[in-house]
Design a protein around this ligand. Structure first.
Ligand SMILES: [Zn+2]
Length: 72
C-alpha cells in the first residue's frame, strides 16, 4: 500500500539511483525552476533522501560553474 502523502514515486528511487552526480548538469537542470532555484520536494516528487542528495549535487554543480546561481 502506497502512503497517502506520496503523490508519485521518487524518480531516483524508481531508477535505482544511489548517487547523484553533480557533473550531470543536464539532469539536475530539470530540478531548477525558471528563477534558477531548486524546486521543492512537493513538486519534484523526490523522497527526503534523494532531495537532500539532489540539493547537494546542485550546490556543487553551481560552484563548479555547471549550473547558474541566478536566472540566465
Ligand atoms: Zn528517492
Amino acid at each position: 500500500m502506497i502512503e497517502a502523502t506520496s503523490q508519485k514515486q521518487c524518480f531516483f528511487c524508481t531508477s535505482n539511483v544511489k548517487h547523484i552526480d553533480y557533473k550531470n548538469a543536464d539532469a539536475l537542470r530539470h530540478y531548477l525552476n525558471p528563477q534558477a532555484k531548486i524546486i521543492p520536494r512537493k513538486k519534484s516528487g523526490c523522497c527526503a533522501k534523494h532531495q537532500r542528495k539532489l540539493t547537494e549535487a546542485i550546490r556543487r554543480a553551481r560552484i563548479m560553474g555547471l549550473l547558474p546561481f541566478v536566472p540566465e
